[in-house]
Design a protein around this ligand. Structure first.
Ligand SMILES: Nc1ncnc2c1ncn2[C@@H]1O[C@H](COP(=O)(O)OP(=O)(O)OP(=O)(O)O)[C@@H](O)[C@H]1O
Length: 644
């Protein structure tokens, strides 16, 4: 199976010079040849590609860079069956391929729900082979979101390794506004397996998974690809014990010569490296190594090790686990938010205590991967050469791994939900919600935002579905139900800003809104706090609420948020370290229309730093809580319908 090259097809299928080949089966090597032959070579040589490299900072740019006869290529692609919207926005991604037909697959059950996609198990009719179909739907066919997905495709086409999820083809039809990416079917993901109480991995098994993960990552890094969303649910495992790294939706390509800035709004919160939390825009592949460390700890312990709900809580947990950085770090660091995150006192590392069962070589590797300083994390190759893998017990063979019943993050969530439902029936009624739900990269539903009656004069947003918006939302894995939220800063907080905030009586039990047009009105706390307390920029008819710099795709592939754009996110904020800080965020998924209406507090729109007294807030929050629940229910129902 697979998309076949429109150029190679004649010799493959013996159809002479037929310009319209039928999709068919290709051997792996043929498919590989197709991938190498086309697309990327073209993109590297094109003028447009050089321009976008200059503009945006990656040597892999999405854009039409197919040489002089762009129109011809579009026509050729249209003739091959690609929809016009796809050819015009992302010709490069599908260049040399022909689409697979929907009828070639029998769609079975839904097996995964991502932020931008639903994943289904399906059977290839002709061969009976199981595949995973990742349905990517484009609201309004916005070119930015199409090109965004195109980058994922291009990166997948660039990679070819047994431990990297292989893109086998693309299903689409001229009439449809969505496409299906076809992947080999994987029975499990590491989130589902490691959280299953019935499964406890042995050391050889853990070594086996870790080695495969590091091999896959080494392949990416050697090709300049930073994954930027490594987490247990993006690591898939099949019944032969083969592990594959998936979901390259946030990946980007960096080269040594490429000095452009990257966005720090990447990687799901629990797996996010400290330098990203501190706002680094010049990071490298070591952010992936940090995430690998988190995954390593997760499969050792059977649960995620750093489950922060806010950026600041995440860093606090990191300090408590790995120790806070030395004074010398704070003196020399130039990370934009470092001072906001400097703890008042130092923390000793507790990693060794928490990993008592792990061998010394394992602890050493884990400590290396979870080094606060990126350049101490080593590389995927050095990790593979570490003593951990070279000492007994050695990694087992993948084929000797037990066969588990299908187990995915989704199954784990279902298990959790059922357990929670049973145990928390009463709590739910009194408004207490989930606190540590596994974070997704993003959790918002643009469709619902689009209809909001937001006043243009008070709220603004720039163009959206691009990497920055997608990345920005990564932090929305963390959310509280609003009525849970403690409204004062607790005494245990050790961070400078939190202490400062306590000294300011107006900042206790208040909500401070940011008004884009009046920076001077930010409340007395640090900007770092304010930016995440409640920044909201909205546009009346846009698909999203995230503001990013630039609205040209090439410009925004890597967002470097301005001061203001950083202030413009809803739902992400610095909470207090002890969880007692002011918090008014909610899941994006949980906060569609109704929620936002209520963020305006009825008819009162947000037009400045509004201060609410705490008593009122409780009342408002309770009202919001019930409205949020209603809205969530509606949006889930809607999503279910859409998926059908
Ligand atoms: N090839 C596959 N085989 C089986 N299941 C898969 C496959 N690819 C993805 N899934 C399942 O679907 C889920 C979502 O897929 P994916 O992560 O690619 O989507 P996404 O929209 O990028 O998600 P997220 O927002 O969580 O990053 C995965 O966690 C996994 O459980």
């Amino acid at each position: 199976m697979g998309c076949i090259s429109s150029k190679n097809v004649s010799c493959l299928t013996d159809q002479g010079d037929s310009p319209l080949p039928e999709p068919g089966l290709l051997s792996t090597s043929q498919q590989h040849r197709v991938l190498i032959d086309h697309s990327l070579e073209a993109s590297h040589n094109s003028k447009r590609s050089r321009k976008s490299r200059r503009l945006g900072g990656s040597d892999l740019r999405i854009g039409v860079s197919l040489g002089s006869s762009h129109r011809n290529i579009e026509a050729e692609q249209a003739a091959a069956g690609w929809p016009a919207w796809l050819c015009s926005a992302a010709a490069e991604a599908v260049h040399g391929w022909v689409p697979l037909k929907a009828e070639a697959f029998q769609k079975l059950e839904k097996i995964g729900q991502g932020t931008y996609s639903s994943v289904f198990r399906a059977r290839e009719v002709e061969t009976g082979k199981m595949v995973a179909l990742k349905k990517v739907k484009f609201d309004n066919l916005q070119p930015e979101s199409i090109r965004f997905m195109a980058r994922e495709i291009l990166i997948l086409r660039k990679l070819n390794h047994p431990n990297i999820m292989k893109l086998e083809g693309i299903v689409t039809s001229r009439a449809s506004s969505s496409i299906y990416l076809v992947f080999e079917y994987m029975e499990h993901d590491l989130a589902g397996l490691s959280s299953n109480p019935d499964i406890r991995f042995t050391e050889p098994q853990i070594k086996c998974y870790m080695k495969q993960l590091l091999w896959g990552l080494e392949h990416c890094h050697m090709r300049g690809v930073i994954h930027r969303d490594i987490k247990a649910s993006n690591i898939l495992v099949n019944n032969k014990g083969v592990l594959k790294l998936g979901d390259f939706g946030l990946a980007n390509v960096v080269t040594p010569s490429n000095k452009n800035q990257l966005t720090s709004r990447v990687v799901t919160l629990w797996y996010r490296a400290p330098e990203l939390l501190m706002g680094s825009t010049s990071y490298g592949v070591s952010v992936d190594l940090w995430s690998v460390g988190c995954v390593f700890a997760e499969i050792l312990m059977g649960k995620p090790i750093l489950k922060g709900r806010t950026e600041i809580e995440q860093l606090h947990k990191i300090y408590k686990l790995c120790g806070s950085p030395q004074d010398s770090f704070w003196k020399r660091t130039k990370l934009p938010h470092a001072t906001s995150f400097k703890p008042q006192h130092t923390y000793e590392a507790t990693l060794r205590e928490r990993c008592k069962d792990l061998s010394a070589t394992g602890v050493y590797l884990l400590e290396t991967l979870l080094s606060m300083e990126p350049d101490k994390r080593g590389t995927a190759s050095s990790a593979l050469n570490s003593e951990y893998f070279l000492t007994r017990p050695y990694a087992c063979d993948p084929s000797s791994l037990p066969k588990y019943p299908p187990n995915k993050e989704m199954d784990a969530k279902y298990r959790d939900d059922m357990r929670r439902k049973r145990a928390n029936l009463k709590l739910r009624d009194s408004g207490v919600g989930r606190k540590h739900k596994r974070p997704h990269r993003a959790e918002y539903d643009p469709k619902n935002y689009a209809k909001l009656p937001i006043r243009k004069d008070t709220l603004e947003v720039k163009n959206i579905p691009n990497e920055a918006s997608r990345a920005t939302t990564t932090t929305h894995g963390n959310y509280y139900k609003v009525s849970d939220l403690p409204m004062t800063t607790g005494p245990a907080s050790g961070f400078a800003w939190a202490v400062k905030r306590r000294k300011d009586p107006d900042n206790i039990s208040t909500l401070t809104y940011y008004q884009p047009s009046s920076k001077s009105q930010l409340s007395g706390t640090s900007v770092a706090f304010a930016k995440n307390t409640f920044g909201l920029n909205l546009k009346p008819d846009n698909d999203s609420v995230w503001e990013v710099q630039g609205n040209n795709y090439d410009d925004v592939i890597e967002e470097v948020p301005s001061h203001e754009s950083k202030l413009s996110r809803i739902g992400e904020r610095h909470g207090s370290l002890d969880g007692s800080g002011l918090d008014f965020s909610q899941r994006e998924e949980d906060s569609p229309k109704k929620t936002l209406e209520h963020l305006q507090f009825g008819k009162q729109s947000i037009s400045g730093p509004l201060i609410f007294k705490s008593g009122k807030i409780d009342e408002i929050l309770q009202r919001n809580e019930s409205n949020i629940r209603q809205a969530v229910r509606k949006s889930h129902l809607q999503r279910e319908q859409d998926d059908r």
